[in-house]
Design a protein around this ligand. Structure first.
Ligand code: PBG
Length: 307
């Protein structure tokens, strides 16, 4: 059934931050309504999400310990591994658990990979990403979402998963991930701001359209089951082009800064929040997104269910 807005709760993915240090939900300043949750709270949050017809969550971890190589990212008792197990024990196949596969929340320097001579080293990072993905699969993840933008990450993760016996675990690739200022609030939420430099050597420059299409095409060849465009709002053309060229499902990530802008303007009384959220999500869907990852998911789903 199509709803008036054209969006269905099952089109949406709700991102959840799990904080190994938190004793109670910690509000995220620049993302009003979003919290870093302690492990015990995640099941409740997921239940509310599922009750509203959203099927999938995307998990980000804030570990209690960080080091040079991000070892907490692939630890068997790491924050994400524990969370995935809990969610799968509680909800089984009723939930689609997607995990972010990256190192920036787990490294003390805040970069998405292994740093050698002051630079992120692509190939040694691939080894670690493979381990992270397999550890998530072992915990029960349905889909892994590599977001570090290393070259060859999808291929490497696909073979690591296959070799470990996880042929059915799917890959949602952050294929067209632009170096964007709109990730600012997320980096506060996930404590993942780089301590030096920026991510411009591995994320894409926003002037380019063809590079995005090439990255998407490569990821599909390497074995991605779903490809993602991120952020969403300033990149609707990329979503549209991707949808018209490729047949795999296209996901769009309506990122933290896009959420924060709406919340800030609404707080000041400068826009109608509900109307803005509908218009934005409809626009992303209309551009061609099959899946929308959005912090608005939890808020918008009950409204969609009332239409
Ligand atoms: C990890 C990652 C980031 C986001 C998702 N995965 C941050 C980054 O690249 O700095 C951003 C999501 C958002 O802003 O909502 N690399």
């Amino acid at each position: 059934m199509m709803f008036k807005a054209g969006i269905h709760p099952s089109d949406l993915v709700y991102p959840i931050f799990v904080d190994e240090n938190a004793k109670k939900p910690v509000p995220i300043n620049s993302m009003p309504g979003c919290f870093r949750l302690p492990l015990q709270e995640v099941v409740n949050e997921a239940r509310k999400t599922l009750d509203n017809g959203i099927k999938a969550v995307l998990l980000f971890g804030v570990p209690s310990k960080k080091d040079d190589v991000g070892s907490a990212a692939f630890a068997e008792d790491g924050v994400i591994q524990k969370t995935v197990k809990l969610l799968k024990e509680e909800f089984g196949d009723d939930i689609v658990v997607i995990t972010d596969v990256c190192l920036c929340e787990y490294t003390n320097h805040g970069h998405c990979g292994i740093v050698k001579d002051g630079k992120v080293d692509n190939d040694s990072t691939l080894e670690v990403l493979g381990k992270v993905a397999v550890s998530h699969a072992q915990a029960g993840a349905d889909i892994v979402a590599p977001s570090s933008m290393m070259d060859g990450q999808v291929k490497h993760i696909r073979s690591a998963l296959d070799d470990a016996g996880f042929k059915d675990v799917a890959i949602m690739a952050y294929s067209a991930k632009y170096a964007s200022c709109f990730y600012g609030p997320f980096r506060e939420a996930a404590e993942s701001k780089p301590k030096f430099g920026d991510r411009k050597s591995y994320q894409m420059s926003y002037g380019s359209q063809n590079e995005a299409l090439r990255e998407i095409e490569l990821d599909i060849i390497e074995g991605a089951d779903i490809v993602m465009v991120k952020p969403a709002l300033a990149y609707l053309d990329i979503i549209h082009l991707a949808k018209s060229r490729f047949t795999v499902p296209i996901a769009a990530y309506n990122v933290s800064g896009e959420y924060a802008m709406v919340k800030a303007a609404a707080k000041l009384g400068w826009i109608d929040e509900k109307a803005a959220i509908f218009e934005i999500l409809t626009g992303i869907k209309r551009a061609g997104a099959d899946i929308i990852i959005t912090y608005f998911a939890k808020e918008v789903a009950p409204w969609l269910n009332q239409i």
